[in-house]
Design a protein around this ligand. Structure first.
Ligand SMILES: [Zn+2]
Ligand SMILES: [Zn+2]
Ligand SMILES: [Zn+2]
Ligand SMILES: [Zn+2]
Ligand SMILES: [Zn+2]
Length: 201
């Protein structure tokens, strides 16, 4: 495949960012990709709504969508043939007018971005131990992270150890650290008590 340095075309982008309806649909598609029972089945969600069963990943990590015929990046599941994931997301961040609406959607739904692939993840049954369902993370061996602080959790035991008050409370080890250092800061801001005058007697 010849290397192409053309920027992402307008219609590719419009398809990817238009309206939060599309976002919702896309997120739903993304979410349903996670199927713990078939770890080897590879799927890729096209922004057009099509879910592609991946048989071959073409040059440079793209798969062709049978519905819109566009090439979809297998890694981030967006259509950005000719530019890298990083360049595309940078561009997207700077130009995406639906970002604000999307952020509102994120917070109203209580979604968190995966710290590794940035895919929005919803909290299943109120537990703070999050598992990213995106293909990118599944293909890389899975990502777990904390709903409270957003940090990646490496060990399965952190399901318990990272949450001293239990995995359903709005509290975790990092939050404790943060509030401790805040407390410490406030403490050091207090005026230092003047030394007591030596007793006269
Ligand atoms: Zn498509
Ligand atoms: Zn990509
Ligand atoms: Zn992820
Ligand atoms: Zn849990
Ligand atoms: Zn945490």
């Amino acid at each position: 495949m010849p290397k192409c340095s053309c920027p992402v075309s307008d219609h590719q982008v419009r398809g990817a960012v238009e309206g939060s309806d599309l976002w919702t649909r896309f997120l739903e598609t993304r979410a349903e990709l996670y199927r713990p029972d078939c770890p080897n089945e590879r799927k890729c969600a096209c922004p057009c709504g099509e879910v592609i069963i991946v048989e071959t990943v073409e040059d440079e990590g793209f798969v062709t969508c049978p519905s819109c015929k566009e090439k979809v990046c297998f890694k981030c599941q967006e259509r950005h043939e000719g530019s890298s994931c990083a360049a595309y997301w940078q561009w997207r961040k700077e130009n995406d007018t639906s970002d604000k609406a999307f952020e509102e959607l994120m917070s109203s739904e209580g979604w968190r971005n995966c710290p590794v692939c940035q895919a929005p993840c919803s909290r299943a049954s109120g537990c703070n131990y999050m598992t990213c369902g995106s293909m990118a993370c599944r293909n890389a061996g899975g990502t777990n992270f904390c709903y409270v602080c957003g940090e990646k959790l490496m060990l399965a035991t952190e399901h318990f150890t990272h949450f001293p008050d239990g995995m359903f409370s709005d509290y975790c080890l990092n939050k404790r650290k943060a509030s401790m250092s805040q407390l410490l800061q406030e403490f050091t801001r207090l005026p230092i008590a003047a030394p007591r005058p030596r007793s006269m007697w």
